[in-house]
Design a protein around this ligand. Sequence first.
Ligand SMILES: *Cc1c(COP(=O)(O)O)cnc(C)c1O
Length: 455
Amino acid sequence: MNSQATNAQTQEWQALSRAHHLPPFTDYKLLNEKGARIITRASGVYLWDSEGNKILDGMAGLWCVNVGYGREELVEAATRQMRELPYYNLFFQTAHPPAIALAKAIAEVAPEGMNHVFFTGSGSESNDTVLRMVRHYWAIKGQPQKKVIIGRWNGYHGSTVAGVSLGGMKALHNQGDLPIPGIEHIDQPYWYGEGGDLSPDEFGIKVAEQLERKILEVGEDKVAAFIAEPIQGAGGVIIPPETYWPKIREILSRYDILFIADEVICGFGRTGEWFGSQYYGNAPDLMPIAKGLTSGYIPMGGVVVRDEIVETLNEGGEFYHGFTYSGHPVAAAVALENIRILKEEKIVERVKNETAPYLQQRWQELADHPLVGEARGLGLVGALELVRNKKTRERFTEQGVGMVCREHCFRNGLIMRAVGDTMIISPPLVISKTEIDELIVKARKCLDLTAAAVL
Ligand SMILES: *Cc1c(COP(=O)(O)O)cnc(C)c1O
């Protein structure tokens, strides 16, 4: 295809998109002025757009394509399952082999004592499920007044009513009169942005102590659970100071409330362990999962549940909750094959021992850039805080410096996401060292271009 023909095709798609499609998390007026970027195919860690540009996908889609694009085994698994049993529901005491096998495979890699999975269709549905499940759990235990769930400001737990409410993003709360009652929030462990003059360790303790204050303020007898991502993803890759999780564990051990670790991003290898909770040595009661569960090839989520909770649920009669597509056989077959690949190719171990240390070492090289106030990362996630003044951490007052950088990235063959003025990455777990080199070279070039435009 010559480039003019490609352009005409792109314009047609853009016009059709404008005419008929309302994409998620989009400013429609801006989009209509600009036209959507059309992505047409992918392989390994690369995407191609409708103009034929090859782009290194530094975000693994939306934190999900852990085994990379173009894995024939996943295509085969889906095809085989579609032929065998394309759909059947799991309502009313039914099961099928893919869902059963997948639940077992997840239990094998999950933290000790978490041996059951409730399947959903997405991360948001998983968080709707935990909200209902923890309240149901306490009701069975004769404490129906234990309803309040404590989340964190700037946490992200999805986009449904429960997901947005549990999350702490004010822009989302402001649309649709959320959160729903019974949800409280404490501050996030965001040292660079909110730590002031405290050392990271002091700040970690200080924000963790808010959990105890909130429990006492609401009343232990009313608090059902605390929900948190091991590392906040959508909030801008917020990596807690080392003191944070130990202090949170200490507080949780003093009170009779459940601990929900939202593993939708950290799960399935992102930190170099199967789950972020294992990386930090946390022992959650419930773990919402999605994204990397199927490497994004097909929608699926779930909640991994601690044995003691299952024993209580066993005494509670019917749990009136589930989705038409809970444990969908085709999704389950893909997830099962995805886990097999992660294990057989030792992808999680390779992240831990090779690619995560390498990425983090190279990522830190970007810290000397005049725009970068902080370069931070862990496992295969990273963030760069773009600031006007490195010494004072002074932010840009003009809007959209992150978006300027993001645009330069796109134009130069790299996807980095902008969360405000924080640039973030979360590449496929199969990224090689050479591809990491390419990512760093491109990132630096785009920082230079951004600096030239805004400094
Ligand atoms: C993406 C995400 C969700 C929501 O998942 P969806 O599949 O988009 O509904 C929930 N929690 C976390 C931590 C996420 O990153």
